[in-house]
Write a protein that binds this ligand. Structure first.
Ligand code: BG6
Length: 253
C-alpha cells in the first residue's frame, strides 16, 4: 500500500527534522548502499528542492562524491538568470568523475548556468597554500564560494573517505585512533561532532557555512548513519536529503 509507505517516510522526515533542528528533511525509499537507483532518487529529490529555492544570480557551491554526481545526472534546466556554480573546495584527492570541479561543470551545463572552477592540488603544503590563495584567479573563485547562496554537499564515512583519498598510513591511524566516523568538506568528525582531522585545501571552511542561506546535505545508505549524525552535531546545515535505510538507523540511534 503506497499511501501507507509514504506516510511512513513522512514520519521519519518529521522525526529527523526535530532531531537535528532542520528546516526541511526529505527521505526517499530504499537503501543506497545496496541499490544504486536510490542514489539517483536522492539526486532527483535534491534537484526538485533546488528548483524551488533558486533565484536569479544565485551562487551554488557544490562538493564532490558519487552522491553529488547523481545530483548532476538528474539536473534539469533552472531557467534562472545568471546562476553561478562553483566547487566548494579545491581537489580533495578524488577520482576525476567524483571531483567537485567535474560535477560543477555538469550541473552548470544542465541547469543552463555558468561555472567557475578551482584548480588546487591536494594535499597541498603549507607554503604552497599561502602563496596560491594570493593568486587572483584563486582569490576570485574563493570569494564566490564564500558568498554562495546555496551549498550542496555530501557526507562520507571517515575511514572510507580517508582511504579513497589515499591518505598516509599515519593519517589513517590517527583518524582511527581519534574515533573519526564522518567526513564532510575535508573535515573529519568523531561521534560527538569534534573535528579530529582537517584536509588543508582552498575554498569553503566550516565556519563559512554560518552565513550561507541554504546548506543542503545529501547522504544516504545505512552505512552513513553514524557519519550523518556526527556531522549534524555541529548543526551547520538547514536541509537533509537522505534515504529510508539511513533514516531508520538515525531515528533509532
Ligand atoms: C566527497 C566530498 O567528494 O564526497 C566529501 O568532498 C563527501 O565531503 C564524499 O564525504 C561523499 O562521497 P559519496 O561517494 O559517498 O557520495
Amino acid at each position: 500500500n503506497i499511501m501507507k509507505e509514504l506516510s511512513g517516510l513522512e514520519v521519519y522526515e518529521q522525526k529527523l527534522k526535530t532531531k537535528f533542528n532542520l528546516r526541511k528533511v526529505i527521505v526517499v525509499p530504499g537503501n543506497s548502499d545496496i541499490d544504486l537507483g536510490v542514489k539517483q532518487e536522492l539526486g532527483k529529490a535534491c534537484v526538485h528542492f533546488l528548483k524551488r529555492i533558486i533565484k536569479d544570480n544565485m551562487i551554488i557551491s557544490v562538493t564532490g562524491g558519487s552522491t553529488m554526481s547523481a545530483i548532476a545526472d538528474e539536473m534539469i534546466p533552472m531557467e534562472n538568470k545568471d546562476c553561478l556554480f562553483v566547487p566548494s573546495r579545491g581537489g580533495l584527492g578524488e577520482q576525476v568523475e567524483n571531483q567537485a570541479n567535474t560535477i560543477c561543470v555538469e550541473m552548470a551545463r544542465k541547469a543552463k548556468g555558468n561555472y567557475r572552477l578551482l584548480y588546487v592540488p591536494d594535499p597541498i603544503s603549507e607554503s604552497s597554500y599561502r602563496s596560491i590563495i594570493k593568486e587572483p584567479v584563486v582569490k576570485e573563485v574563493t570569494e564566490y564560494i564564500q558568498n554562495a547562496d546555496i551549498v550542496i554537499h555530501g557526507i562520507g564515512e571517515a575511514m572510507t573517505m580517508a582511504e579513497r583519498r589515499k591518505m598516509s598510513k599515519n593519517q589513517l591511524d590517527q583518524i582511527k585512533k581519534s574515533n573519526g566516523v564522518g567526513e564532510a568538506f575535508g573535515y573529519y568528525f568523531d561521534k560527538s561532532g569534534q573535528i579530529v582531522h582537517k584536509v588543508r585545501t582552498v575554498g569553503l571552511q566550516l565556519e563559512d557555512l554560518e552565513s550561507i542561506a541554504h546548506v543542503i546535505t545529501v547522504a544516504g545508505g545505512a552505512s552513513k548513519a553514524d557519519a550523518i549524525e556526527s556531522y549534524f552535531k555541529l548543526g551547520k546545515s538547514n536541509v537533509l536529503i537522505t534515504d529510508e535505510a539511513a533514516a531508520i538507523k538515525l531515528v533509532k540511534g
